[in-house]
Write a protein that binds this ligand. Structure first.
Ligand SMILES: C[S@@+](CC[C@H](N)C(=O)[O-])C[C@H]1O[C@@H](n2cnc3c(N)ncnc32)[C@H](O)[C@@H]1O
Length: 227
């Protein structure tokens, strides 16, 4: 069964002297995630925000493999923001911007999104393993921001475990969901139908759904033609 981490470093994971944290899950899932992102990002340029970057390891991997794209990592946790900054420094890649302090429960995300110092209209928003370890208002804010900041051909790419029509896709996800809700009744594995409802409210629609290892999915939301 998948575990979950609220703050990396406090979970017994490695901490480097410069503040770089390590997520065990990153080593298991990053190649599979990047392979799926490749299908959408290949040959494209523009700004991509990673929402809830955690350690910052994914954004470094993406930036290395998609050099035409400018990557904007973000999080709200101070230790994670430090880790992201340290991984950015360590990688020395020109296409990773300093991490944005984004609390996704605020639908406007942060001042840099609209004061000209942040990204332009977004090619994509990528968010992995966040909305089930957070209250529902975080999913609401994520979709609200995506609806506001994505460009016409942009995508919101959501990775994690999800329910389909009220049912878990695997027993392990059901057990995981129970452990999340036991820890915090506002958390829990989200249902795709509920996310489609949120998407519809901000002019997005679910396009492709990709099956991933360990009973995870990537949901790709795009602008609704009707919007
Ligand atoms: C399980 S970690 C996943 C981190 C990273 N995306 C990954 O897959 O390795 C969940 C992340 O969501 C962040 N998070 C939780 N609530 C948030 C919020 N309201 N706004 C932004 N980030 C949040 C946490 O600080 C943490 O970094």
């Amino acid at each position: 069964m998948a575990g979950y981490v609220v703050e990396f470093g406090r979970d017994g994971g490695r901490i480097e002297s410069d503040g770089r944290l390590d997520a065990a899950a990153y080593h298991r899932n990053h190649q599979a995630i990047r392979t799926v992102l490749q299908k959408f990002l290949a040959g494209k340029s523009g700004d991509v925000v990673e929402a809830g970057s955690g350690t910052g390891q994914h954004v470094v991997d993406f930036a290395r493999h998609f050099p035409e794209i400018t990557w904007w990592p973000s999080d709200l946790n101070e230790q994670h923001l430090k880790s992201i900054a340290a991984w950015r420094e360590h990688a020395g890649l020109a296409n990773i911007r300093a991490p944005l302090a984004i609390d996704l429960s605020d639908p406007s995300w942060c001042g840099q999104m609209h004061d000209g110092s942040g990204p332009g209209a977004l090619l994509a928003v990528f968010c992995a393993n966040v909305i089930h370890i957070a209250p529902w208002r975080v999913a609401e804010g994520l979709f609200a921001g995506a609806g506001r900041y994505l460009r016409v051909d942009g995508r919101l790419l959501l990775y994690g475990p999800f329910k389909r029509d009220g049912r878990h896709t695997a027993v392990s996800n059901a057990v995981f969901d129970t452990s999340l809700r036991d820890n915090n009744p506002e958390w829990g594995v989200r249902d795709i139908a509920d996310l489609e409802q949120l998407a519809g409210e901000v002019g997005l629609v679910l396009g492709e759904t990709v099956e991933m290892p360990a009973n995870n999915l990537i949901l790709m939301f795009e602008r609704s033609k009707a919007a």
